[in-house]
Write a protein that binds this ligand. Sequence first.
Ligand code: UDX
Ligand code: UDX
Length: 463
Amino acid sequence: MKITKICCIGAGYVGGPTMAVIAQKCPHIQVTVVDLNEQRIADWNDPNPENIPIYEPGLSEIVSEARGRNLFFSTDVDKAIDEAQMIFISVNTPTKTYGKGKGMAADLKYIELCARQIAKVAKQNKIVVEKSTLPVRTAEAIKSILDNTGNGVQFQILSNPEFLAEGTAVTDLLNPDRILIGGDTTPEGEEAINALIEVYSNWVSKDRILTTNVWSSELSKLTANAFLAQRISSINAMSELCEKTGANVSEVAKAIGMDSRIGSKFLKASVGFGGSCFQKDILNLVYIAKSYGLSEVADYWEQVIIMNDHQKRRFSNKIVQTLYNTVADKKIAFLGWAFKKDTNDTRESAAIYVADDLINEQARISVYDPKVSQNKMLNDLDYLETRSKQDNANYLNVFDNAYEACKDAHAVAILTEWDEFATYDWKRIYDAMHKPAFIFDGRNILDAKQLEEIGFVYNGIGS
Ligand code: UDX
Ligand code: UDX
């Protein structure tokens, strides 16, 4: 089957950039991205490409090239499903907040809604591609809904998990390490797999396109994220030991990273990992292992999350202890709120939890982040439901530049590794702060020696 029309349900951090790149690289394919959220679609259609709802380096350029040519954003879900031969499902699959599996299992209600809508609308055979990260064997549920509620047309389900990291989405999409496609081994399944290979081969060489059965593909995404997160928790566990022993975690990471069996990536000690995927996917893996009665497997992976929670708590505790065991009424400046640099995404960001701990100690938090709005920060705190919205708004103040945020502060905490932080005039910041002026570098991006020479009391992670 030659694909000429693609539809993607979900215009989020994954669906938006992925479809923009497919549209740019395949001008002969019409790509329509739909979303239930009308505001989000309106933002994607904003005449000024700088105002699209997701910040990713290089994305607005691609959108402005392809939008209106063969890339469309719409709220007319039924029409887009009806016209497309291939439908990507890229809606969110958050951790369940209710019922069985609460706090662990993936909430598949949006996936099921998509499947029911596709079944209702489709009048011709369709290929349905799972893009969202899903628990292994979800395709079975989707297939059953499609086959039992559809209009008698044929559906092929493929799993094509996304491995892009936020902040580098465009380069990851343009130059992926690999594309993974899982599908049935029947002739119809193979035909569907080939149709998707054809789409990607417009810019990805065939030796980077890997095909597997559906279950291997679904499980590979969870496994990749679990392994990546495990490396961070492992190095973070060592960071605490370094602080006790006089070792320096950056030196340790460098020394072990040069072992080609270990490799150098993903060994940066930090205040803890965040983002929409790691915690959700590992909890999901733990839940699946438990549901098969594999308690040792479940405990093994759960420890990655326990370590990460510990690291965030350890960071806020250290601030309190260092500031003479009281931060009540002290101003603490946060540089960064996003879960990592080059994104405006704050889901599961360590900053949220560290702020929450410090506000419990009645500290006043002043934040500067180059891309995150005040509204988003307050929503993140409100979501924890630790205190009233009014209290959160009283304790958290947002500034549009770092110098203002740090003025009169007792301490500065670096929560996100934005490049611009390393370029600041730290002497100027120091001069405007309370003395002694403390700095807690949760990302190890600043030069400790230089800061100490200025007069700062410096605390990094793992040194
Ligand atoms: C999502 C999943 O969370 C993740 O598991 C997967 O790997 C990739 O897709 P992301 O794109 O970052 O990640 O989520 P989000 O930015 O929340 O976007 C999802 C979009 O789907 C939202 O805009 C939401 O409005 C939309 N949506 C959700 C629908 O259009 N229909 C629905 O039924 C549910
Ligand atoms: C991750 C995976 O990398 C990606 O392949 C998958 O598709 C989605 O989940 P993402 O969450 O966007 O991507 O960001 P990532 O770069 O993996 O960072 C996750 C978190 O780990 C961030 O908070 C980051 O700051 C932290 N991190 C990363 C560290 O603390 N140390 C490191 O060495 C690397």
